[in-house]
Every structure is written in structure tokens, then in C-alpha cells.
Write a protein that binds this ligand. Sequence first.
Ligand code: PLP
Length: 236
Amino acid sequence: MTDRRAELAENLTEVEERVAAACRAAGRAREEVKLIAVTKTFPASDVALLAELGVTDVGENRDQEAGPKAAEVPGLRWHMVGRLQRNKARSVAGWAHEVQSVDSARLADSLAKAVHTLRYSGKREEALDVLIQVSLDDDPGRGGCPLAELDALAEHLEQAEDLRLRGLMAVAPLGADPAAAFERLARAGEALRKDHPNAAEVSAGMSHDLEQAITHGSTCVRVGTALLGGRGLASP
Ligand SMILES: *Cc1c(COP(=O)(O)O)cnc(C)c1O
């Protein structure tokens, strides 16, 4: 075993224990919560090691970095979790199974068009799973759909046959109580499911707040640092 493999194995065990303990404390089954390893800034060799250790879902936040990594390590489910510009839609549709950061109808339209083109030319089989990224602090600078506009965007996504609305995603606001934010997200998810019963995913929780997220109903935690180590100051 290489040192890096041993290190990743130990981190993965720790994260698994945290997820399992949070599920137990919340009276939830472990299977209700998916673990996404956020591998941004780390090399494809780390992704390959995590895959050997049993990780099935990987998250990335930059198209330029994720495309080549996804090509290098096949057999995983790739999730785009970062802010996405419309001019990257075509490239992202080439590697992502899911985009968790859809926050506008214009971005949705670009993704739908890109997926449609790929499917029509036989380069992609599946529709693209999408989550609506919700803004929990109404700060437009950090991205996300304001809660007041959620219904309209969900309706718009249901009309796009190359996209499948799967649920909601959010990042807890900086400097605020994450529990309160995750609670608002859970309420929004419940309301969404009344009209969109297949939109059951709630993607919330990162390395430092995954316990609170699981307590408040997260079905998908996105963990980077606790699995792979620090990304350094200059990294996103
Ligand atoms: C980087 C990132 C994560 C992982 O954050 P950590 O604190 O390193 O666990 C989760 N979600 C998004 C959207 C990210 O950009």
C-alpha cells in the first residue's frame, strides 16, 4: 500500500464513521445519505485510489479540471458542484452525470441544449440529472436561486426533456448557523416535492458541517478536505 492510499483509506474510514454516527443520531438509515468525494485540485491518481477504496461518486467544481480527470478514471458518477458559466455547458455535458449547481433558467437551457446535441449524435445516452442550487442567504454574489424563484425554475426544468430534476443543493452561508440554513433548505425541499415527487435529493453538508446537514435531512454530503486533506490558501 502506498502512503497516499493508506492516508485516503484512513480519512475515508473516519468520514464514513462520522456519516454513520450522524445517521444513527438522527434515526436515519445510512443508505439515505450518499457520500460525494469532492476531489477538486487533487490529481486523478487520488480519484483512482478513492475508487479502489469503494468511493462511487465524485464532485468537481471546474470544468477544465474535471473533464480530463473523468476521462482518466472511468466507472464513477461525476457531479458538477461549482458555479457554472453557460459557455461551459457543452463541455460539462460531456463528462457530468449530474449538475448540482443549476440556478437559472438560462443555464438550464444551455445544459439542455448541450445534452440534447450529445444524445442526438450518440455521444451521450442518459439525460442529465440536475439539482437546483438554492441561495440561503440571498447574496447574489455567491450564486444560487433565491427561494422566491424556486417554483418557477423547477417548473422550467420539468419542461426540459434532456434534464431530470432530482432535488436541491445548497452551501451553508458563511458566518451563520448552518443548522438554521439546512432547516430552511429542508422545508424548501418538502414544498418542492409536493409538485415534483422525484425531486427528493437534498445535497447539503461539507467537511465541517456534515453532521448538522444529516440531522436536517441531507441525502447527499459533499466532502473534500476531510477526505483528501487541505487545498491550501490559493485554492477554491
Ligand atoms: C469544495 C466544495 C465542497 C467540499 O468542501 P470541503 O469543505 O472541502 O469538504 C462541497 N461543496 C462545494 C460546492 C464545494 O465547492
